[in-house]
Design a protein around this ligand. Structure first.
Ligand SMILES: [Zn+2]
Ligand SMILES: [Zn+2]
Length: 551
């Protein structure tokens, strides 16, 4: 038998979908009013006859017949036919509290967005700001709502997981292990260790946190964050701290690669650091980020673990947007802030002319932007703005300007933004054509993936990286926490082929530069060191590189 709750939510969804499809306003109002009234109704609706239902205040004949239809046939035909013509992603969007059908209709019709992941991404690219009835504030609100919804699905973006970790550390003394300690791009389970001596205290504190539920068994707290994300806290005795941190952080594959060593003996001895574990078994230290079970143990045996890139190594930020295209801050504001937080150069890469939805630059606006860049560069000689562009890769693989414009940029980031649903061979051919263009300096977000939201287009990474190697084109590690694309799993191969990388925030507002830290984290997983990262080079070296590339 249908519960009142099920009946009410079916009516609500019916009203929402009718509104989304611009149905009869009077009918929509009567259904949603009835749903509202019935939400508070105490007696079982399923047990009432159609005429009894129709006599309930706020429920007319038409709604009563829908309820009876639902209770007898398990469906409301009108609702089913509306569902059929509505993309599944939009129905999911309707479930976000605070985002009504009116807004969703605009998002769908005006912005062409039909799922939550794309909507989230659109918020990070300021696409909502311009839409009717939206503004910066609404955009930020929607972003927060989606973050909360995503969290409710269990998996977290690295950025969200780190934020949660920071918040938890304010009240309890925990140390990250597992995926978080390995700096994985998606966290499916939050795992921490904590000193056994703190157990009672931590359990008491956890009890006060509304968003965490769970129990302690033996020496482990197992529970959920926001009802969905798995969270474990292992209580560890002092003498076992480093051994447990090492075990709980490494993947099973990594530990397997170490089975031939005297690992057990080491772990049972009195060790004072994780470094000591690797020292005792006679190989170089392997940083937590790399303990995935790839090539790291072989490298460590040969003493070839690279010195991993650090945030402090970055000298500037390439691939950023301003109000010239779809950014929130002006070019001057972007430059000033970049300088203030300690960088020495900025590569501005607004969108190119085909990206009409992002206010892409027509050739005359490119030239006008050059003028502004030259003026700003003259004003502050301690800081340099490179003239860049994020050129759309057109369907046929061409870049988005004629040669006379292309040759005037200091550097060109070539990215795919449109027509993502190509088959693999076409997608490869399109990218390779762009990579072979002599003006392409760097390939932007190679797959276009949006983590937890959209699969990237199917490219053959090996083929694309080989083409970059052959044409001396660098590859971006897009540091937007939703992208982290190039996938870190391909960094090692790129480096072996001699391909340079660049950790780019793709900032659409000045605070966006801070995303570079997520790029650094995944770059470390891939074994990147500063020598092979373009934006870890100083201004002159980079400038020479751009010039030599153009010859
Ligand atoms: Zn882009
Ligand atoms: Zn961009």
């Amino acid at each position: 038998m249908k519960s009142n709750k099920e009946i009410v939510s079916a009516l609500k969804l019916l009203a929402q979908l009718m509104e989304l499809h611009e149905g009869n306003a009077f009918k929509i109002k009567s259904i949603s009013n009835a749903a509202f009234k019935l939400g508070k109704y105490a007696e079982s609706l399923a047990e009432k006859s159609e005429s009894e239902l129709a006599s309930i205040e706020g429920v007319g004949k038409s709604v009563a017949s829908k309820i009876t239809e639902l209770c007898t046939t398990d469906k409301i035909a009108e609702l089913e036919s509306l569902k059929e013509i509505t993309p599944a992603g939009l129905i999911e969007m309707l479930g976000i509290k605070g985002l009504g059908p009116k807004k969703i209709q605009i998002i769908w019709q005006q912005l062409n967005i039909d799922n939550i992941g794309e909507l989230y991404y659109a918020c990070t690219e300021n696409r909502l700001v311009e839409a009717k009835g939206f503004g910066l504030k609404t955009q930020e609100e929607i972003k927060k709502l989606i973050e909360f919804t995503m969290m409710n699905k269990g998996s977290l973006l690295l950025s969200t997981a780190l934020q949660t970790y920071d918040e938890l550390k304010n009240t309890i003394d925990i140390t990250a292990v597992g995926e978080l300690a390995r700096q994985c791009e998606i966290i499916t389970r939050l795992e921490f260790i904590a000193p056994s001596a703190q157990k009672n205290n931590i359990v008491a504190e956890l009890g006060k946190l509304e968003n965490i539920q769970g129990d302690v068994n033996d020496n482990t707290f197992e529970g959920t964050l926001n009802l969905n994300t798995k969270i474990s806290i292992y209580f560890v005795d002092e003498g076992q701290w480093h051994a447990q941190k090492f075990i709980k952080t490494s993947t099973a594959e990594h530990l397997n690669l170490l089975t031939n060593f005297d690992l057990e003996k080491t772990l049972n001895s009195n060790i004072n650091s994780e470094e000591e574990i690797y020292k005792n078994i006679g190989i170089s230290f392997i940083p937590a980020a790399m303990r995935e079970g790839n090539r790291e143990v072989d490298l460590a045996k040969e003493n070839k673990i690279p010195e991993l890139i650090q945030n402090e190594d970055l000298k500037g930020s390439l691939h950023n947007h301003s109000t010239w295209s779809d950014g929130i801050h002006s070019l001057e504001e972007m430059a000033m802030y970049c300088y203030e937080i300690g960088y020495t150069y900025l590569g501005i890469c607004d969108h190119s002319q085909s990206a009409f939805y992002a206010n892409g630059l027509k050739p005359e606006r490119v030239l006008a932007q050059f003028k502004e860049i030259e003026n700003l560069n003259a004003k502050n000689t301690n800081f340099h703005i490179f003239k860049g562009i994020e050129s759309d890769i057109l369907n046929d693989g061409e870049l988005d300007y004629d040669e006379d414009i292309l040759k005037q940029f200091d550097f060109v980031v070539a990215s795919v933004h449109s027509n993502l649903k190509m088959d693999e061979s076409k997608a490869n051919a399109r990218l390779i054509k762009a990579i072979e263009n002599p003006y392409t300096t760097m390939l932007g977000h190679p797959t276009g993936r949006l983590l937890l939201a959209r699969q990237g287009y199917p490219i053959n990474h090996q083929l694309i990286i080989d083409a970059c190697a052959a044409n001396n084109v660098a590859i971006e590690i897009n540091a937007n926490p939703l992208r982290l694309d190039l996938d870190w799993r391909w960094i090692d191969y790129a480096l072996q082929k001699g391909v340079l990388l660049s950790i780019n925030p793709d900032a659409h507002k000045k605070e966006g530069y801070h995303d570079m830290k997520f790029g650094v984290m995944v770059a470390q997983k891939g074994g990147l060191s500063k020598e092979f990262c373009l934006n870890a080079w100083d201004k002159n070296k980079l400038s020479d590189y751009f010039k030599s590339k153009k010859k």
